[in-house]
Design a protein around this ligand. Structure first.
Ligand SMILES: Cc1cc2nc3c(=O)[nH]c(=O)nc-3n(C[C@H](O)[C@H](O)[C@H](O)COP(=O)(O)OP(=O)(O)OC[C@H]3O[C@@H](n4cnc5c(N)ncnc54)[C@H](O)[C@@H]3O)c2cc1C
Ligand SMILES: *[C@@H]1O[C@H](CO)[C@@H](O)[C@H](O)[C@H]1NC(C)=O
Ligand SMILES: *[C@@H]1O[C@H](CO)[C@@H](O)[C@H](O)[C@H]1NC(C)=O
Ligand SMILES: *[C@@H]1O[C@H](CO)[C@@H](O)[C@H](O)[C@H]1NC(C)=O
Ligand SMILES: *[C@@H]1O[C@H](CO)[C@@H](O)[C@H](O)[C@H]1NC(C)=O
Ligand SMILES: *[C@@H]1O[C@H](CO)[C@@H](O)[C@H](O)[C@H]1NC(C)=O
Ligand SMILES: *[C@@H]1O[C@H](CO)[C@@H](O)[C@H](O)[C@H]1NC(C)=O
Ligand SMILES: *[C@@H]1O[C@H](CO)[C@@H](O)[C@H](O)[C@H]1NC(C)=O
Ligand SMILES: CC(=O)N[C@H]1CO[C@H](CO)[C@@H](O)[C@@H]1O
Length: 584
């Protein structure tokens, strides 16, 4: 550690001597085309400081383009694995849900390959010293710093034009189970004495679930096993099949170690740095510091009865059921075989028998059954599982395909918002879309129950405490869609479908992690009444906005504004030899 700090000091001294560091008040960060951009020598010094773990980034599909990276065999491997989220996550600049694609695979849409808004350098961090070295380097050289664990972010919050990235995927120091929680700071009031899992590093849920299974406990984690535990998911709220029983993922965090913009490592908990603790329990990732470890609650296992249902209108009952459903009015495939419109869901109840679940659903089914065979096709079955994880892996628990092309909007909805059939129908009429649109609605019945309990030191949008469902609407486009189509979809999601959802629950908000990237009202929708306290935490822990991400707290402040991007590096694509024919 001492060695690291010495080298950093040397680097900063030379910076000051050459006078390249802009005044601390400079509004803009240095980008590669600026004279203030660090010299190759400085990057070399950083590289030595991080034991050779500095990477100059290259787009994942660069081997498909003419130039120094061209490699037909590698390109074929990239194409074969392009939509696999673990494959993308294994690249410092691989993304699961990119908002822009500056280097598509053949058959996709780009004819040139550039870094676009991806970081220029990444530190493949394995130690806290690596992380601190990156923070100090970015601060001293006034360059943008970005944090990425998996690259799942839907709002481009793990990208940044002309930035240095701290890549946490290989920062791994263990996952351990403890039967009874003991606060690390022994003087801290113990608010939970049950079992916990301590996660020390950039792990994904798939690394943690096996430990939970071995110890017969449930942790509140992502449906997609490849999402990270301590990154954007938990810090942004975190919805799960287990929310209704145990609360949001953010509510499970009991304490965390955080590296601040100053390079200092602090504990955030209910008795130390409580404002930081609150901020990272729902105020968004990538904003206040880098979370390097955390302790989360674990809950006793339970039997589960799941109701698998196809084709029905939205039900707003709260019979203890929770889970995910999806419907489409005009699907390009058979959503409920053999129909091209329909609804599927798998909702579950903890600790209930099939008879209990059937009984609570009986009134709804009776109403629907009158239409069965006439205007509706209805199929329902009940499955019982011996454990939560048996249920999870049977009906959920698979990674979604990466690189989906869709505009997305979500809305938190309360019980009252769903009480007027006329108002709900009006919204559904609009969000269903038109026959020419590829529209999918996901109903996340993950609110209610324990989610309604206001947890102490909570940073989530307070609207969550009234939420029963998240209604999520996605409008997709073809791989080769033109900009006009993409812009039109984004407009429609924002001002037509999103607006109809807002009209139904105007006082609620949206789920930031599955929010609209172009939401003009994101401050209210993502943070609600929690925004002022997060702004205060940002000002205190990252006063110079070292950590920046779009829509994150502080991103609306002028200090974060950076010059309009111009591609730092273009690969020459004339005379392009593609191993696969380009579909037009
Ligand atoms: C296929 C898919 C499935 C999903 N499923 C779910 C789901 O079931 N439930 C749900 O609630 N959400 C889900 N999401 C949304 C998910 O919560 C967000 O994408 C979230 O931001 C992912 O966090 P990450 O750390 O894995 O991703 P990253 O892209 O690595 O990071 C996301 C944000 O967190 C920051 N960050 C990452 N690590 C750290 C850290 N250690 N310290 C500080 N900041 C950090 C980054 O800077 C960035 O701002 C899903 C998304 C996708 C694409
Ligand atoms: C950093 O050093 C390693 C090992 O010496 C080297 O392989 C790597 O290319 C260097 N990174 C950069 C960006 O120069
Ligand atoms: C890519 O896909 C191919 C074929 O499916 C597979 O054999 C290969 O291991 C994958 N490569 C990587 C790096 O994941
Ligand atoms: C990052 O570091 C890990 C651990 O040392 C290594 O396995 C991996 O190959 C590295 N990734 C890259 C792209 O250098
Ligand atoms: C709907 O009707 C079909 C065909 O008669 C039948 O198989 C199915 O069980 C019915 N569904 C329900 C929920 O009653
Ligand atoms: C239905 O919507 C109207 C107009 O937006 C609103 O005034 C009314 O309160 C809503 N009804 C319910 C029951 O929420
Ligand atoms: C929406 O309402 C209009 C007019 O009331 C009707 O013509 C249309 O079919 C409805 N659309 C859907 C998807 O229900
Ligand atoms: C790009 O490549 C083509 C063919 O290989 C070559 O003729 C051209 O000069 C190159 N352009 C640039 C800008 O390097
Ligand atoms: C976003 C984008 O680059 N769209 C292009 C995709 O390809 C079509 C057809 O070649 C172009 O018209 C679009 O501009």
């Amino acid at each position: 550690m001492l060695k690291v700090l010495t080298l950093i000091t040397l680097a900063s001294t030379s910076v000051v001597v050459t006078g390249l560091v802009p005044a601390a008040t400079s509004a803009c960060k240095c980008i590669p085309s600026d004279t203030c951009w660090p010299t190759a020598t400085k990057w070399d010094i950083l590289n030595k400081t991080v034991s050779g773990r500095l990477l100059q980034t290259t787009p994942v599909a660069a081997p498909c383009y003419a130039g120094p990276n061209y490699d037909a065999a590698e390109c074929a491997a990239v194409v074969a694995n392009w939509t696999e989220s673990p494959f993308q996550a294994d690249y410092p600049i691989g993304y699961i849900y990119p908002q822009t694609q500056s280097c598509d695979i053949p058959g996709g849409n780009t004819t040139t390959c550039s870094l676009g808004t991806s970081p220029v350098y990444a530190i493949n961090a394995t130690t806290t010293s690596d992380i601190i070295a990156g923070i100090e380097f970015a601060r001293l050289n006034n360059i943008r710093l970005v944090v990425k664990t998996t690259g799942h972010d839907i709002l481009a919050r793990s990208t940044g034009f002309g930035s240095l990235e701290i890549w946490l995927r290989y920062f791994r120091h263990g996952v351990t189970f403890q039967q009874a929680y003991q606060p690390t700071d022994g003087s801290c009031e113990c608010i939970w004495d049950g079992p916990v899992i301590s996660v020390q590093g950039g792990y994904s849920w798939q690394d943690v679930y096996p430990i939970a299974i071995d110890n017969n406990v449930i942790v509140v984690g992502g449906g997609c096993p490849d999402v990270s535990v301590l990154g954007g998911y938990t810090q942004g709220g975190g919805h799960s099949l287990a929310n209704h029983e145990f609360g949001l993922a953010a509510d499970q965090l009991l304490e965390a170690q955080v590296i601040l913009a100053s390079g200092e490592i602090v504990t955030a908990s209910g008795c130390e740095n409580t404002d930081l603790f609150t901020a990272i329990r729902g105020g968004g990732g990538g904003t206040y510091g880098i979370v390097i470890s955390g302790i989360i609650k674990a809950h006793p296992e339970s039997t589960i009865t799941a109701q698998v249902f196809a084709m029905a209108p939205l039900s707003s009952d709260d019979a203890g059921l929770s889970g995910y459903g999806s419907w489409m009015a005009y699907a390009p495939y058979q959503i409920v075989e053999p129909y091209h419109s329909g609804l599927n869901w798998a909702f579950a109840a903890f600790g209930q028998t099939p008879a209990q679940v059937e009984a609570s659903f009986a009134p709804t089914l009776k109403r629907l059954s009158t239409y069965n065979g006439t205007s509706l096709y209805i199929s329902t079955s009940y499955l019982t599982f011996g454990s939560y994880y048996a249920y999870y892996y049977a009906l959920n628990g698979v990674n979604s395909a990466a690189q989906s092309k869709a505009a997305l909007v979500s809305r938190l909805m309360g019980r009252d918002d769903l009480s007027s059939v006329a108002n709900v129908s009006q919204m559904l009429n609009i969000t269903a879309g038109t026959p020419d649109q590829f529209t999918l609605t996901e109903i996340c019945l993950i609110g209610g129950g324990a989610v309604l309990e206001d947890s102490r030191f909570s940073g989530v949008n307070p609207a969550w405490r009234k939420a029963y469902i998240i209604n999520l609407v996605a409008l997709g486009w073809q791989d080769t869609a033109d900009y006009t189509t993409i812009e039109a979809a984004q407009y429609d999601i924002t001002y037509v479908k999103g607006a109809a959802m807002t009209a139904l629950s105007p006082d609620m908000g949206a789920y930031m992690n599955e929010g609209n990237y172009k939401d003009p009202d994101y401050l209210f929708n993502f943070y609600g009444a929690a925004h002022p306290k997060h702004e205060a935490a940002k000002a205190k822990y990252d006063p110079k906005s070292l950590f920046y991400c779009p829509t994150c707290v502080g991103s609306d402040k002028p200090v974060s504004v950076v010059a309009v991007p111009s591609a730092p590096e273009q690969y020459n694509t004339s005379g392009l030899e593609l191993p696969l024919s380009k579909a037009e």
